[in-house]
Design a protein around this ligand. Sequence first.
Ligand code: AKB
Length: 315
Amino acid sequence: MERILIIGAAGQIGSELTLELRKIYGNSNVFATDVKDAPADIKESGPFQLLDVMDDKHLIHFVIRNKITQIYHLAAVLSGNAEKLPTQAWHINMDSLMNILEVAKLVEDVRKVFWPSSIAVFGNSTPKTGTPQLTVMEPSTVYGISKLAGERWCEYYHKRYNIDIRSLRYPGLISYKTEPGGGTTDWAVEIYFEAVRKKSYNCFLSEDVSLPMMFMEDAINATIKLMETDKANLACHSSYNITGPSLTPRQVAVDIRRHIPGFDITYHPDFRQSIAESWPSSIDDSELRTSIIWKPRFDLQQITDSMIEEIRNKV
Ligand code: AKB
């Protein structure tokens, strides 16, 4: 029987992944944790506890006491926020991962770990379109450097200690339940909320910067599929490329006008523009698609339809 620990259960991915995992493994077997309070549905449907992944002693006690068999470590400081406090972000992103890897090494019951990487591992010298799985990687942000270092550590723990760590290089994730915080791809969520709330959006990127994106439902399905796939089918022990549609702010704005004809967008690029320009505009994720037999379901129109409908229900 699986007993699953989610670190970062109140965040953009955790708040949806926790509920999906509870449907599969049973509410009482999925332990949601975060340093902050979680949404009501997370707290009401199963165990929730405040837990700081930086506190290695508390973490290992929690894992042993609750007989945890799988860990999803989702907590991180994202690209935009990390540029404001580089050394703190490095410390949080790296030390939290090292604490998880050490727990997986020391506690025999822990059989699998999931840790997200990001398209931020790529940089200006990476091929911009159809970015392959294996390519030049010279990230220019502290977030990207921490994700690339994390990938190398995951592969190291796999080779050296035979720890089963699985990872995806998420693109920008578009979701309506919990808004992201501090990322460069946040515009692709904010634009929908502001369209419904105010019929206008002031975008912090220029109109034609194209970035790989993915609807949260596709990201959750791929993550669970990756974790359920037989280990023998997985050749990559650092992190797999994954993507949905590549989108520019202008394309999304035009699509939103199918629902909100008067929607107005202005562009005032800030420091995140150069981060976005250093990332790929499209990704080749064929290696993942053959390893786990998966493909995304949502294109731009389906994403827009779901986002507008769900946000209208919420607001
Ligand atoms: C960010 O923008 O920092 C994240 C990411 C692409 O990893 N959403």
